[in-house]
Design a protein around this ligand. Structure first.
Ligand code: ATP
Length: 305
C-alpha cells in the first residue's frame, strides 16, 4: 500500500435486532410486494465486528469474513457482491462519488439467515463507518435515503436502540426509555436478559412471507410470523414449548425466524432452559444477550500495522 494511503481504518460493533412485537399486514403491490408492518424493534447485544480500511486508489474493494457459523456466507467467496456490506459500500460510493477502494473485514457472531438482521446491521455499520472514513458528514436523512433500497431492517439498524416501526419497516419512531410505551415493555417482561436459540439451518425471509400469505397470522402470539416460521421449522416450536416449561418470561420467534428468543429475568430460569434445550436438542447454539442495547453504533478509529 502506498504511503499516501492512510493505514488508519474504522471499526464498529454492530448489534443484532429482535422484534418485540410484529404485526404483519397484507402485501402491497406498490411496495414491490412487501408487507405492511407494525413492529417494535430492539437492538440486542450480539455484535458483528465490521472493520473498514482504505485500499490503494483504483484497486477496488476486498471482503474478508471470519467466524465459526457463516451459514450460506461460507460459500459466498465467489460472489462478494451478494454481501449486504458490499452492497452498502457500492451504494455509498455511488451516492457520494467516491471510489469503493476499501477492505471490509467482518467478524461474524450474529447467526446468519436467522431473523436477527445480521446482514442489515453489517450494511448499516459499513455506511456509518464510511461516513467517518471518507469524512462525509452525511446526516440521518441522507443515510436513510441511501439505505432505502438495501433492505427493510437497514433503516432501524442505522438508528439502533428501541423503536416503533411501520410502513414496510422503514418508518421509525424511536422509543424514549422513559416513555409509557417503553415502561409497558418492561412491565411485560420484554426487556433485559434473554437467551437466543439459534440454528445451523436458515429460513429465507422471502420464503417465510410467501408461506405467511397462505397460513395467516398467529392469534395470541407476539409475532404474526411465528406460526408460519414454526410450520417451516418445527424445532423452533419445540424450543418455544420448552421455554414455557422452564418458566421463562415471554418467548417468541425472532422476526422471520428460525431463531427463538426467551426472556430470562432470573438466572435459574436461564439454567433450566439451557438444560432443556440441550437435552432435547431443540436448538444448535445458545447465545446470552441483553435488550435493548445502547442506541447508535460508534465508529472507532483503528490502526492496522
Ligand atoms: P432479517 O431479520 O433482516 O430478515 P435475517 O437475520 O433473517 O435477516 P441475515 O442474517 O441478514 O438474515 O441474512 C439473510 C441473507 O442475507 C443470508 O442468506 C445471507 O446469505 C445474506 N447476506 C448477505 N450479506 C450478509 C451479511 N453480511 N451477513 C449476514 N447475511 C448476509
Amino acid at each position: 500500500m502506498s504511503p499516501a494511503v492512510s493505514r488508519e481504518g474504522i471499526a464498529l460493533d454492530c448489534p443484532a435486532k429482535i422484534n418485540l412485537l410484529l404485526r404483519v399486514g397484507p402485501a402491497r403491490a406498490d411496495w414491490g410486494g412487501r408487507h405492511r408492518l407494525d413492529t417494535i424493534y430492539s437492538a440486542v447485544s450480539i455484535l458483528d465486528r465490521v472493520e473498514l480500511r482504505p485500499r490503494e486508489p483504483g484497486s477496488g474493494f476486498r471482503l474478508h469474513m471470519e467466524g465459526e457459523h457463516l451459514g450460506d456466507l461460507a460459500n459466498n467467496d465467489a460472489d462478494p457482491h451478494a454481501n449486504l456490506a458490499v452492497k452498502a459500500l457500492l451504494a455509498m460510493a455511488q451516492a457520494t462519488g467516491h471510489q469503493p477502494d476499501v477492505a471490509i473485514r467482518i467478524i461474524k457472531r450474529i447467526p446468519v439467515g436467522a431473523g436477527l438482521a445480521g446482514g442489515s446491521t453489517d450494511a448499516a455499520g459499513t455506511m456509518l463507518g464510511l461516513n467517518r472514513l471518507w469524512k462525509l458528514e452525511l446526516g440521518a436523512a441522507d443515510l436513510d435515503e441511501i439505505a432505502a433500497g438495501l433492505g427493510a431492517d437497514l433503516p432501524f439498524c442505522l438508528h439502533g436502540g428501541l423503536s416503533h416501526g411501520s410502513g414496510f419497516g422503514q418508518v421509525l419512531e424511536p422509543l424514549d426509555p422513559t416513555s409509557a410505551e417503553a415502561r409497558n415493555l418492561r412491565n411485560a417482561g420484554l426487556t433485559g436478559r434473554l437467551l437466543i436459540g439459534a440454528y445451523e439451518d436458515q429460513l429465507s425471509t422471502a420464503q417465510v412471507y410467501k408461506a405467511f400469505d397462505a397460513i395467516g397470522p398467529s392469534p395470541g402470539d407476539l409475532n404474526d410470523l411465528q406460526k408460519t416460521a414454526c410450520a417451516l421449522h418445527p424445532r423452533s416450536l419445540l424450543a418455544l414449548d420448552l421455554a414455557r416449561r422452564a418458566g421463562a418470561g415471554p418467548a417468541f420467534v425472532s422476526g422471520s425466524g428460525p431463531s427463538v428468543v426467551a426472556m430470562v429475568p432470573h438466572l435459574d430460569q436461564a439454567a433450566t432452559l439451557i438444560r432443556l434445550w440441550r437435552e432435547q436438542n431443540a436448538v444448535d447454539r445458545i447465545i446470552e444477550a441483553d435488550s435493548p442495547v445502547l442506541p447508535r453504533m460508534v465508529p472507532l478509529r483503528v490502526t492496522h500495522g
